[in-house]
Design a binder for this molecule. Structure first.
Ligand code: GLP
Length: 243
C-alpha cells in the first residue's frame, strides 16, 4: 500500500488526477472504476481542465461506477448518474455508451446486480478503481457488516450514512434507504485501486482502516490485502495515523 501524504484537498485532487491521467495515457481504452461523493469532485475538475487543454483523451475510455441509489431516477439531481454527467461525462469526450452505472430504477435487485457484475466481467475487469471513504469506513456503499460482500448487491444504508448524505437532499427523509453497490469482492478484483481522502473528520477512520486490523466492521480495511493500492490523503486525514 502506497500512501501519498499531501498538504490539502487541492493537492490531493491534483495527485489523484495525475494517477488517473497516467492510466488513461498508458492504456487509452482502459476501464476506469469511478466514485461519487464530495471527495473526488476536485479530481474530476482537474481531469476536465487537462482535457480542455488537450492533454487528455477519453474517447476510448470505458467506465463503471461503484454504486447508485435505488429508487432515484437518472434525472434526479442526487442520483449518481446525474452526478457523473455533471462532474465528468458531459465535460469530456467520453462516449456515453462507454459509461456504466447500476440502474437505480430497476426494482428487481437480484437481476440488476447480476447484470452489473456480469457487465464488469465482460469488460475484462477494472484497470483502476477510484474510491472515496465513508465516515464509518464504507467503500462504495459497503457498510460495516459481519462479512465482506463478494459481488454487486443491494444494501440498506446505515443511519450514519443517511445522516452524512442528507446534506445533499432537502431532508433526511428524502435520502433513499437502499442502494446498489459493487461488492468488496468486485472492488478487490480491480487491478489497481486509488483511494482519495481529505479532512480531519476522516482521520480516525483512516487510522482504523489502513493501520488497524482487517475487519468487515471497517470495510475499507480489506484494501490492506490488495497488492496495488495507492492512497492519496491530506495531512488532516492522516493526523491520527502513525505516518
Ligand atoms: C457515499 C458514496 C461513497 C463515498 C462516501 C464518502 O456514501 N457512496 O462512494 O466514498 O459517500 O463521501 P464524501 O466523499 O462526500 O465524504
Amino acid at each position: 500500500m502506497r500512501i501519498y501524504k499531501v498538504k490539502d484537498y487541492g493537492e490531493m485532487s491534483r495527485k489523484a488526477a495525475n494517477i488517473i491521467s497516467a492510466q488513461v495515457i498508458l492504456k487509452p481504452d482502459c476501464v476506469l472504476g469511478l466514485a461519487t461523493g464530495s471527495t473526488p469532485v476536485g479530481t474530476y475538475r482537474q481531469l476536465v481542465e487537462w482535457y480542455e487543454k488537450g492533454d487528455l483523451d477519453f474517447s476510448e475510455v470505458r467506465t463503471v461506477n461503484l454504486d447508485e441509489y435505488k429508487g432515484l431516477p437518472r434525472e434526479n439531481d442526487q442520483s449518481y448518474y446525474y452526478f457523473m454527467h455533471e462532474n465528468l461525462f458531459d465535460k469530456v469526450n467520453i462516449k456515453p455508451e462507454n459509461t456504466n452505472l447500476p440502474d437505480g430504477t430497476k426494482e428487481d435487485s437480484e437481476e440488476e446486480c447480476a447484470r452489473y457484475e456480469a457487465l464488469i466481467r465482460s469488460m475484462g475487469g477494472v484497470d483502476l478503481q477510484l474510491l472515496g471513504l465513508g465516515h464509518n469506513g464504507h467503500i462504495g456503499f459497503n457498510e460495516p457488516a459481519e462479512d465482506f460482500a463478494k459481488e454487486t448487491h443491494c444494501v440498506d444504508l446505515t443511519e450514519r450514512t443517511i445522516e452524512a448524505n442528507k446534506r445533499f437532499f432537502a431532508s433526511a427523509d428524502d435520502v433513499p434507504r437502499q442502494a446498489y453497490t459493487m461488492g468488496i469482492g468486485t472492488i478487490m478484483r480491480a487491478k489497481k485501486i486509488l483511494l482519495v481522502v481529505s479532512g480531519e473528520d476522516k482521520a480516525e477512520t483512516v487510522a482504523k482502516a489502513f493501520f488497524g486490523p482487517v475487519t468487515p466492521e471497517v470495510p475499507a480495511s480489506i484494501l490492506q490485502l490488495h497488492e496495488d493500492v495507492t492512497i492519496v490523503a491530506d495531512e488532516a486525514a492522516l493526523s491520527k495515523a502513525p505516518c
